[in-house]
Design a protein around this ligand. Structure first.
Ligand code: TYD
Length: 160
């Protein structure tokens, strides 16, 4: 009788998250600090590039929010219309519980409610129109992360 040795499947513990530094990050000159905050989380950076965001990409990215009253503003915000037409820094982090870890580092959606030590708490603001300029985007869950990573990155742009 042969014995089957069960090895732990380490891949199932690992997941990826899309992290975007929105155009206000470059406008404010804090890209290095923000990347530092995410890199300190112990996750592996497997993709990194600058993207001049088109309307089509911004609308596809936020497609789940298309019916919200702030949709137009967040599309303009991602395109850099409010921040000198600056690009987005798009990144993919991978590792154990990457989505939850990156969301913790980012802080709450509303910068006024975010932990003051989080990226959004430190650098974000709420505009007079009520739009959350929260500096970073992080995938909301693993399914959304897979969709977003495919939207923003070609397979060849990511480390295996
Ligand atoms: P959402 O995907 O709900 O939040 P998160 O980015 O934390 O996953 O919302 C997308 C963006 O829409 C959010 O980053 C900022 C903006 N937003 C507003 O401006 N006002 C709001 O009331 C909400 C919920 C979001």
């Amino acid at each position: 009788m042969s014995l089957t040795v069960l090895k732990p499947d380490t891949r199932s513990c690992s997941e990826s998250a899309l992290v975007l530094i929105k155009p206000d990050g470059m406008h404010k000159g804090i890209v290095g600090e923000v990347i530092g905050a995410f890199s300190a989380g112990g996750l592996k950076l497997i993709g990194l590039k600058l993207v001049k965001v088109s309307g089509a990409l911004a609308r596809a990215h936020y497609r789940h929010l298309a019916t919200k009253k702030f949709f137009k503003e967040i599309v303009s915000y991602l395109m850099g219309d409010l921040h000198g037409k600056n690009p987005v820094v798009a990144m993919v982090y991978t590792g154990k519980d990457a989505v939850a870890a990156c969301r913790r580092i980012a802080g709450s959606t509303n910068p006024e409610e975010a932990d003051p030590k989080s990226v959004r708490g430190k650098f974000g603001r709420v505009t007079t129109k009520g739009v959350f300029e929260n500096l970073v985007h992080v995938s909301s869950d693993t399914k959304e992360a897979r969709r977003e990573i495919t939207l923003w990155f070609k397979k060849s742009e990511l480390l295996a």
